[in-house]
Design a protein around this ligand. Structure first.
Ligand code: NAD
Length: 440
C-alpha cells in the first residue's frame, strides 16, 4: 500500500519506518524541516530501541521518503496516517490546532487529487477526545475539499497504543487494533495496513475508538497511582508491597480481569466501602497521603447523587424502585447504594414503592428482619410484593436490578420515564425511547 504519515514525532517516525519494513511505500510529512532533513539522510529524529537501524534501512531501500509537499503526499498515496501532536492547552483542555491544520491541508489536497487514483482514506492516529473526528475534523476535511467523507474519501480513527521505550516492539506486537470507521470501506483500508500483525481487531464508531485510548491511559494512571499508594502505605505498616502485589496480580479471576470493569451503578455491600474506609483510615494514622484511595468512595457517591438528580429532573414525585439490596442475586442491604438513593429521595419528600423480592422474602423469613427494624424501619412499609404494585404507583421508574419479571414489565410500551442504573439488556434500542435515561 502507498501510505503517507503526517507528523514525524515518536508515533509517526516509528509508524512510518515500521510500515516501510512491512513492504508499504511510505512518504513522511512534517512541518519541521529539521526532522525531514534527518529522516531524509536516514537518521532518526527520535530515540527508540532499534529505530535508528530501521530508519537507515528503509530510507536506503527507498521505501521511506519525506516531503513537506502535502499535495504530493496525498496525491501519491492511498491512505494517510495523521500522527501530529495533541498537547494540553494551558487550561488543560485538548489543543487540536495541529490536527485542524493537518486536516485543512489534507482536505485542500484531496480537492485536486485525480479521481482515477482511487479513494484516499484519512486515518487519525493522534489521541483526541470523543467527537473530535466527526465534530471537528470531518467538517474541516469536507469544507476544504468540497467532497463528501465516507463517499469520496475515507475517514477512520485508529488510536495508537505503543509505549515510548518499546514502541518498535509494540508496533509489531500491538495489544489490539481499534478502528473507528466512518464506513466499512474506510475500516477495510486501515485493517489491510496491519494485516499479518495478528492483534485482536475491533471495528467501532469513531467516538468509541477515540474514547478507548483515554480509557486505557486513565486506567494506567489509576493503576500506577493505586500501586504507589499501596506501596507507600505498606511501607509504613511494615509490609513488603511487592510480596503483596505479586499475590494480587496472580489472581486473574477477580483482580486483573474484566471483573468490576463494566460501567454500572455504585458499589456497596459489607466489604468494599468498609475496607476502603479502613485502609484510608490506616493511611491517615500513618500520615501517608493517598488521594486516589481517599477519593474512591466520594467517586462512588457521585453515582448515587447523579441517579437522584436524574429522578429530580423528571419533576415527578411518585417513584417506583426496582431493587434494594446492594446488588443482584442477594438480599444483603448493608451499605446498599439503592438504600442510600431511596433515603435521599425520602428525605426530599418523594413517594416511593420498592420491589426487591429477595429482600421481602428474607425480611419475612427473619434473616433481614432485625436489620430492617434496626436500620431501615422507614423503608419497611414501602416494600411491595409485585412488579405491578410498583408500576401502578410510579410516575418514574428507577431500575436498580433487572430480573426477568422486571424486564417483562418494562416493555417498550412503558409510558413513564425510566432511569436505568444497570444497563438493561435492550438499553441500546431504549435510548431512542422518550423518557429513558441510561446511566451505565
Ligand atoms: P510529537 O510531538 O513527538 O510529534 C508530532 C509531530 O507532528 C511533530 O514532529 C510536529 O512537527 C508534527 N506536526 C505538527 N503539525 C503538523 C502538520 N500540520 N503536518 C505535519 N506534521 C505536523 O508527538 P507524538 O508523541 O508522536 O504523539 C503524536 C500523537 O500520538 C499525540 O496525539 C499523542 O497523544 C499520541 N500518542 C503518543 C504516544 C507516545 O508514546 N508518544 C503513544 C500513543 C499515542
Amino acid at each position: 500500500m502507498k501510505v503517507s504519515v503526517f507528523g514525524l514525532g515518536y508515533v509517526g517516525t516509528v509508524s512510518a519506518a515500521c510500515l516501510a519494513t512491512e513492504g508499504h511505500d511510505v512518504i513522511g510529512v512534517d512541518v519541521n524541516p529539521a526532522k525531514l532533513a534527518m529522516i531524509g539522510e536516514g537518521r532518526t529524529p527520535v530515540v527508540e530501541e532499534r529505530i535508528g537501524d530501521i530508519v537507515a534501512e528503509v530510507v536506503a531501500s527507498g521505501r521511506l521518503t519525506v516531503t513537506d509537499d502535502v499535495a504530493a503526499a496525498i496525491h501519491g498515496t492511498d491512505l494517510s496516517l495523521i500522527c501530529v501532536g495533541t498537547p494540553s492547552a494551558p487550561n488543560g483542555s485538548l489543543d487540536t490546532t495541529y490536527l485542524q491544520r493537518a486536516a485543512r491541508e489534507i482536505g485542500e489536497a484531496l480537492a485536486t487529487r485525480d479521481t482515477d487514483a482511487g479513494r484516499h482514506t484519512v486515518v487519525f492516529r493522534s489521541t483526541m477526545l470523543p467527537g473530535t473526528c466527526l465534530g471537528v475534523l470531518v467538517p474541516i476535511l469536507e469544507d476544504a475539499s468540497g467532497l463528501v467523507a465516507g463517499q469520496d474519501f475515507g475517514v477512520a480513527v485508529n488510536p495508537e497504543f505503543l509505549r515510548e521505550g518499546s514502541s518498535v516492539k509494540d508496533f509489531y506486537d500491538p495489544p489490539k487494533t481499534v478502528v473507528g470507521e466512518l464506513d466499512p470501506v474506510s475500516g477495510d483500508a486501515v485493517l489491510s495496513l496491519y494485516a499479518g500483525l495478528g492483534a485482536p481487531e475491533f471495528r467501532v464508531e469513531p467516538p468509541v475508538a477515540e474514547m478507548t485510548k483515554y480509557v486505557d491511559n486513565t486506567f494506567h494512571g489509576l493503576k500506577i497511582g493505586f500501586a504507589n499508594e499501596i506501596g507507600a502505605l505498606a511501607r509504613e505498616l511494615g509490609v513488603d508491597s511487592h510480596d503483596v502485589m505479586e499475590i494480587f496480580l496472580s489472581d486473574t479471576k477477580l483482580n486483573i480481569s474484566p471483573a468490576y470493569l463494566r460501567p454500572g451503578f455504585a458499589f456497596g455491600g459489607s466489604c468494599l466501602p468498609k475496607d476502603l474506609r479502613g485502609l484510608v483510615h490506616a493511611a491517615r494514622r500513618h500520615d501517608v497521603r493517598v488521594p486516589i484511595l481517599e477519593n474512591v468512595l466520594p467517586s462512588n457517591d457521585e453515582h448515587i447523587q447523579r441517579a437522584f438528580e436524574h429522578v429530580a429532573a423528571t419533576g415527578k414525585r411518585r417513584v417506583g424502585v426496582f431493587g434494594l439490596a446492594f446488588k443482584g442475586g442477594t438480599d444483603d442491604l448493608r451499605e446498599s447504594p439503592l438504600v442510600e438513593l431511596c433515603e435521599r429521595m425520602l428525605g426530599k419528600g418523594y413517594d416511593l414503592r420498592i420491589y426487591d423480592p429477595a429482600v421481602v422474602e428474607s425480611a419475612l423469613l427473619g434473616a433481614n428482619r432485625a436489620f430492617i427494624e434496626a436500620h431501615l424501619p422507614h423503608l419497611r412499609d414501602l416494600l411491595v410484593d409485585t412488579v405491578a404494585d410498583v408500576v401502578d404507583h410510579a410516575e418514574v421508574l428507577v431500575v436498580g436490578k433487572a430480573d426477568e419479571d422486571v424486564r417483562a414489565a418494562l416493555g417498550h410500551g412503558t409510558t413513564v420515564p425510566v432511569i436505568d442504573l444497570v444497563r438493561l439488556p435492550d438499553a441500546a434500542s431504549r435510548r431512542q425511547q422518550e423518557g429513558y435515561v441510561g446511566l451505565a
